[in-house]
Structures are given as structure tokens and as C-alpha cells.
Design a protein around this ligand. Structure first.
Ligand code: AMP
Ligand code: ZN
Length: 490
């Protein structure tokens, strides 16, 4: 039985899905105005492990993770610029170009970290009609009102606003920033739809113009709506897309802890007011931050690293995934290059063990009763650690214990690959080491020489040795398990 910490109840609860045959999962995805950093990716890897665990435990899953490509403003209190438009100005491109470019970058990094593809990856720019429909219903039901710069959700119309954050509306109100929009009825009210151009008086009527009265185009991304040209708010996006693909009630919703007090709090009231069903989400699972020297890694603090920075240092992205696995998702993880190097060394050790196993597994032996019991024991322990609120560090420790155990190679290999369905370290791709004895002595010496140059980052010398080897009819390839020499076939 899987137990998960539910932010909604602040306790570890036994998990069971609403429908017996399917677990629905929604994850807040990246805002594609810039590269995602490795703090963001910690949260995505947490969701990835959760989905893999559910599948490992035999559940069928439907997993949706959005790409936010419009409406996420620089300030959470519905003021400031749209991050996409800001990105466009920064790079002298259109917001559409920015979205396309950083979506590709995100997908490329996701593949390098072996993240599962969600079943649906919706974008708000492709779901404008659904969001407009939802705002219309909220207006009709009296949960929303229109003011100069947008349509807002009226948080006084719902009970328990802020319960997810363990706060009542008054606390949240007191905590809200100095209000920049005096037209809002309550400080906690939030935008569902924002107008590109503010209201103007036409005769005795207030009305929203279709374009800037001065003729300037203010935004790249804007759409017609029954209330005026504009764009959706960030929170309505996730509600509209979550409900479209997963229904009125979702089993599990994930994100980082910073999304609890505003984004997820607002998603709940919009969705529940729309459907009349509660709870919108049965299990809220939130990942804790990555820190750098005790501070949250964030773009605004400038203390962030990207996957590209890690690759530039010659470190395999999979070492980062390994580092994530070493901490429980509800604990802070302090990032340092030393910690990443240690993770890379542990990963290399595990891969070497796997490679050696592969070299040994030609013959299958029957398992003695003692060894069979051992295998089953490891399997049960691995499963139990995941079931215990995703204790991945423990699951990883069990995997390492298996690698060192005395169970027969084939069974050990099979067991670790089975565990890797959850860990996602791509251990299946590890090859058996090449028997060095097959290489002519001279080539073996050159290989060693080149390895030594590479170790000390003397890449120029290493390339010179490679060229000599090539002249002698051998190619050399660098793999995570070290260099591999092959005879040229043509
Ligand atoms: P954003 O693109 O800013 O909406 O963030 C994407 C995801 O990354 C959200 O779920 C955030 O909660 C999460 N996140 C942001 N900073 C960190 C961090 N330092 N460590 C872990 N997760 C983070
Ligand atoms: Zn979201």
C-alpha cells in the first residue's frame, strides 16, 4: 500500500485512487520564458519518480504536465509583466519565438534526465477557448467580477480559501503585497483574464478597446474574448487543462512548495467553484527546494545552474539525476559541485558493477533457496521503501546493496534493471567492458595514454593520441563507463 504525504491534510495518508482502474496526475510544468534550472528539474524528477512508482506498483496512470507559455506574470499578485513578453523584449524576438525556443530546450534537458513523457503536454495558448468558457461560468455563477484591467475571482465567495497553505483568508490578506490595484475587491482576489488594453469611457459606457487607443501593439500574445482583447491568468490555465484532460477531480497534483500559497490555492477555488465538486485534488504532493549555500536556488537570486552548466564541466546529466535520488523529496537538497562529483562517482561505480554483471551473465544458474529468499527480500524492501512516502534514498541504498550481494549475476542484473524502472538511471544501456586483451599491445598503450590525458583535462594531447590511433585503423569512443576502442570496419 502506497503512503504519501498530502499537503492538504499535512499527514502521510494511504493512497488510493478515485477510480479503481486509473490514477490521474497533473504536474505544473515550466514557464518557457528562459531555461529551466536544476532546481526546477528537481521538482520534475520528483514527479517522474512518483509516476514511475505508481506504474511499478501496478497502477495504470494518466499523467498530464503542462507547458506555461502565456499569462505567468513576474509578480504573483497579478501585477508586473507577462514573463513571456519580458523574455521577448530581452531577446528582441516575439513571445511566440521565445516559447518555441525554450520549450525545445526544456524537452531536450528532460530527455537527458530521462524524464517520462507525459500522456498529454498541453499549452494554454492552445486552450484559450476552454479558459474563456471557464471564466464565463465563474462569472455566471457569481464567483468573478470585471474591473479595469481584468476579470477577477472573488475569494470572499468561497469558504476555506487558503486551507492548503494552512492559512485563512485574513492571514493571506495580511501577507499579500501592498496592493497595486485598488479596484480589486479583496487583496487575495486574483486575475482569471487580463485585458491587454484598459477600459475607456465611450459615451457613458465603459468599454474595452480592441487595440491600443494610441495604435501601439502592446503584446504578442492576446486573444478576443467576450469581455475584451486579453490573455488568461496563470492559475486558470492549470485548472482548465487539468479538468479537460483529467476530469473534475484529480488524484494527485504535484509542484514545488512555493506553489502552495497562491497558484495551487487559487487552482482549488476556481475548479471547485466551477464543478461544485470537492476536493479538486485528493493528494497534493509538493517537492522541497534545492538550495545553494542555504538559499533557494532561483533565477531572481542569480544563484542557479542549468543542465548545460553541468554538461560543460564534462559531467553526465545522469549524475544529477542520481544526486536528486539521494535526498527525500520533502527535504532540502543542498547543491554543490562536490556533492555532484560524489554522485557522479557513485553512479560510475554502479555502472561498472552493471557492466561487469553483463559480462558474466551468459550462463543462468538455478537459484538456491537461500538466494531466492534473498532476491525476494530485496524486492520487498525496495517496494516497501517506495511505498513509504517515496523513500527513494533508501530504495537507492537497497539497489547498491543488491549490486554488492552474492546472488547470481543474472538475477542480480535482472533485479537492478527492474529497480531502474523507478530510478530511471538508464542502467539498461550500460555495456559490458571491452576485453582489453583483444587490442594490439601498441593500441592498448595508446588508449591508456589518452585516458590519462583526458583525466587531467589535457584534451589537445588526448586528441593527438586519438588521431594516431585512427591512423593505425582504430576508432575510440568515450562512454560513461570509459573509453572504448574498436577496429575500423572500412
Ligand atoms: P517556474 O518555471 O518558476 O514556474 O517553476 C517550475 C517548478 O520548479 C515549480 O514547480 C517550482 O515550484 C519549482 N522550483 C522553483 N525553484 C525551485 C528550487 N530551487 N528547487 C526545487 N524546485 C523549484
Ligand atoms: Zn500550475
Amino acid at each position: 500500500m502506497l503512503s504519501l504525504y498530502n499537503t492538504r491534510s499535512r499527514t502521510v495518508e494511504e493512497f488510493s485512487p478515485l477510480r479503481e482502474d486509473l490514477v490521474t496526475i497533473y504536474a505544473c510544468g515550466p514557464t518557457v520564458y528562459d531555461y529551466a534550472h536544476i532546481g526546477n528539474f528537481r521538482t520534475y524528477v520528483m514527479t517522474d519518480i512518483l509516476v514511475r512508482t505508481l506504474r511499478y506498483l501496478g497502477y495504470t496512470t494518466k499523467f498530464v504536465m503542462n507547458i506555461t507559455d502565456v499569462g505567468h506574470l513576474t509578480s504573483d499578485s497579478d501585477s508586473g509583466e507577462d514573463k513571456m513578453e519580458k523574455g521577448a523584449k530581452r531577446e528582441g524576438k516575439t513571445a511566440w519565438d521565445i516559447a518555441r525556443f525554450y520549450t525545445e530546450a526544456f524537452l531536450s534537458d528532460s530527455r537527458k534526465l530521462n524524464l517520462l513523457d507525459p500522456d498529454v503536454r498541453p499549452k494554454p495558448t492552445e486552450h484559450i477557448a476552454e479558459q474563456i468558457a471557464m471564466v464565463s461560468v465563474l462569472l455566471k455563477k457569481g464567483f468573478a467580477y470585471s474591473i479595469g484591467d481584468g476579470i477577477y475571482f472573488d475569494t470572499s465567495k468561497v469558504q476555506n480559501y487558503g486551507a492548503l497553505a494552512g492559512q485563512n483568508r485574513e492571514d493571506l490578506k495580511a501577507g499579500a503585497r501592498v496592493e497595486v490595484n485598488p479596484e480589486k475587491k479583496h487583496p487575495t482576489d486574483f486575475a482569471l483574464w487580463k485585458f491587454s488594453y484598459p477600459k475607456i469611457l465611450k459615451g457613458s459606457d465603459l468599454h474595452h478597446p480592441r487595440s491600443d487607443p494610441a495604435g501601439a501593439k502592446r503584446r504578442d500574445m492576446e486573444w478576443e474574448s467576450p469581455w475584451g482583447v486579453g490573455f488568461p491568468g496563470w492559475h486558470i490555465e492549470c485548472s482548465a487543462m487539468g479538468m479537460k484532460y483529467l476530469g473534475d477531480q484529480i488524484d494527485i497534483h504535484t509542484g514545488g512548495v512555493d506553489l502552495i500559497p497562491i497558484h495551487h490555492t487559487n487552482e482549488i477555488v476556481q475548479s471547485e467553484s466551477m464543478s461544485g465538486k470537492s476536493p479538486y485534488v485528493r493528494f497534493w504532493v509538493h517537492g522541497q527546494f534545492i538550495l545553494v549555500n542555504g538559499e533557494k536556488m532561483s533565477k531572481s537570486r542569480g544563484n542557479f545552474y542549468r543542465l548545460g552548466d553541468i554538461e560543460e564541466r564534462g559531467i553526465d546529466p545522469m549524475a544529477l539525476r542520481y544526486l536528486y535520488l539521494t535526498a527525500h523529496y520533502r527535504s532540502y537538497l543542498n547543491f554543490s559541485w562536490e556533492a555532484l562529483d560524489a554522485a557522479a562517482r557513485s553512479l560510475t561505480e554502479l555502472r561498472t558493477q552493471i557492466g561487469n554483471l553483463r559480462a558474466q551473465i551468459a550462463r543462468r544458474r538455478t537459484l538456491s533457496q537461500e538466494k531466492l529468499t534473498k532476491v525476494e527480500g530485496y524486492q520487498a524492501a525496495f517496494r516497501a521503501s517506495l511505498e513509504n512516502d517515496l523513500n527513494v534514498p533508501q530504495a537507492l541504498a537497497i539497489t547498491r546493496e543488491v549490486a554488492k550481494s552474492n546472488i547470481p549475476s543474472q538475477d542480480k542484473y535482472d533485479l537492478i534493471l527492474d529497480f531502474d524502472e523507478v530510478l530511471g538511471l538508464t542502467l539498461r544501456n550500460v555495456m559490458a567492458p571491452e576485453p582489453v586483451g583483444d587490442l594490439p599491445d601498441e593500441i592498448a598503450v595508446l588508449k591508456k595514454e589518452r585516458d590519462a590525458y583526458r583525466k587531467t583535462n589535457n584534451f589537445q594531447k588526448a586528441d593527438e593520441v586519438r588521431a594516431r590511433m585512427e591512423e593505425m585503423g582504430f576508432t575510440i569512443e568515450d562512454t560513461p563507463q570509459g573509453s572504448r576502442v574498436k577496429k575500423k570496419t572500412i
